[in-house]
Design a protein around this ligand. Structure first.
Ligand code: GRF
Length: 203
């Protein structure tokens, strides 16, 4: 099942998915395109090194966000993308992409949603003094970190833990959980498209 990964940063979760693609012959997804709004980001290098096509453009290079998303959509269609996994993509997905890929865009968030929304979820969890936080995979809707939850995994917080140590623990869980869940979703998406008698080309 052809998928796109959207990333703006380090790309460690992209790497985790590409590892599956490389080593696990049964992984149902295939990363056929990486989309980024940060042309110089490490995730772009990770993709290029793996031979995955990259579409990396600044939104400011377009008249507006809708025009940027229209350009992204053209790329998604050209690559036959059936679903999208956001992995550290630091932009809100707009109506152009949401309506082209209903229930086919998922995100990874470093907390047990609905706790700790937003960009600093790990830091906020530490500051709140909780004994456990976690990782959530959810469908993307028009809100920020609000779509229906697909999977969660708990991460314990030790007393006096540093942010760095907690982040490392969260990432470790993400790198196991996200490829597994994205693989299952990809299996479902390709079954749906087969039943509908339509590939991603009809999107
Ligand atoms: C992850 O912690 C994810 O939960 C959040 O952004 C981070 C991306 O990390 N949405 P990376 O770029 O995959 O290393």
């Amino acid at each position: 099942c052809p998928i796109a990964v959207f990333a703006s940063g380090t790309g460690s979760n992209l790497e985790a998915m590409l590892r599956q693609q490389h080593h696990n012959p049964l992984w149902p997804a295939r990363v056929v395109l990486v989309v980024s709004d940060k042309p110089g980001c490490r995730a772009c290098d990770v993709a290029r090194r793996a031979g995955v096509p990259v579409f990396a453009e600044r939104v400011s290079a377009y008249p507006d966000k809708a025009a940027f998303e229209a350009a992204v959509l053209a790329q998604l269609r050209a690559h036959g993308v059936a679903g999208i996994a956001l992995a550290g993509y630091m932009r809100i997905v707009g109506p152009t992409l949401l309506s082209a890929y209903p229930r086919r865009i998922v995100n990874l968030h470093p907390s047990l949603l609905p706790a700790f929304l937003g960009r600093q979820a790990v830091r906020d969890a530490l500051a709140a003094g909780v004994r456990e936080t976690g990782v959530t995979v959810h469908y993307v809707d028009e809100g920020i970190d609000t779509g229906p939850i697909i999977a969660q995994w708990r991460v314990p917080v030790d007393e006096g833990m540093t942010e760095e140590a907690l982040l490392a623990r969260v990432h470790q869980v993400e790198h196991a959980l996200y490829p597994a869940v994205v693989g299952e979703l990809a299996r479902m998406w390709s079954a749906e498209d087969r039943a509908r008698g339509s590939g991603a080309g009809s999107r």
